[in-house]
Structures are given as structure tokens and as C-alpha cells.
Design a protein around this ligand. Structure first.
Ligand SMILES: [Zn+2]
Length: 114
């Protein structure tokens, strides 16, 4: 049920934005989701459809863009992006010891509305 609580949070943001700009209908929501997030898109849309019933965002399409995780190397401090596949390796010093800076978050990047 992780997706459901996430979608509730996203919907709150969407409705707040929509209310502020006085839109009558939200057509699409552009989301950025970190590469390490375990959110599954088919469930996100399903819950979103359920939650937006009778709201200005009813029927809106979710467009999910995956963004790379950002890691900080423990050896040299370099920050680098990681797609989430295999083991992260620092491009500066080839160390495999790194701390996660971001990669599990999700943000509402923009709304398309009328
Ligand atoms: Zn390094």
C-alpha cells in the first residue's frame, strides 16, 4: 500500500497548485521519481485515478520521469549520478563506497491544466 500513501501526498500537492492557479481541470501531472524508488507506475496511475475521482484532477494522466540517484563518494567526496543498476562506482577515484544523497524521492515537476 506504499503507492497509495505516496499518491495521496502527490494529490495534495497537485490540488494545492491547482487551487492556487485557479485551474478548472488538470490534464496531466509530470512527476519526477528517483531511480531507487520502488514505486510502480501502473499502481501509481491506478491509485491516482481512484483518489482523483470528483476532483479537478479526475482523469489526469501521470507522466513519470525517472531521475538518477545522486551519490557522494566516501573516499574523495565527489558527487555523481547513478541509474540504480549494478554497484555504484565513483567516476573520480573508482571507490565503491558512497552515501546516498537522493534517489528515493518523488516530486511534482509540473502540471498541465486548463
Ligand atoms: Zn571518489
Amino acid at each position: 500500500m506504499h503507492e497509495l500513501s505516496v499518491m495521496q501526498g502527490i494529490l495534495e500537492v497537485v490540488l494545492r497548485h491547482a487551487g492556487k492557479s485557479g485551474v478548472s481541470r488538470v490534464e496531466a501531472v509530470n512527476l519526477q521519481v528517483g531511480a531507487l524508488s520502488h514505486l510502480r507506475e501502473e499502481w501509481m496511475q491506478k491509485y491516482f485515478d481512484h483518489l482523483t475521482r470528483d476532483s479537478v484532477a479526475e482523469g489526469a494522466a501521470l507522466r513519470v520521469e525517472r531521475v538518477p540517484a545522486v551519490l557522494s563518494c566516501r573516499e574523495c567526496g565527489a558527487r555523481f549520478e547513478w541509474e540504480g543498476e549494478g554497484s555504484p562506482i565513483c567516476p573520480s577515484c573508482a571507490s565503491q563506497r558512497a552515501d546516498l544523497i537522493s534517489g528515493r524521492e518523488y516530486t511534482v515537476a509540473s502540471l498541465e491544466a486548463v
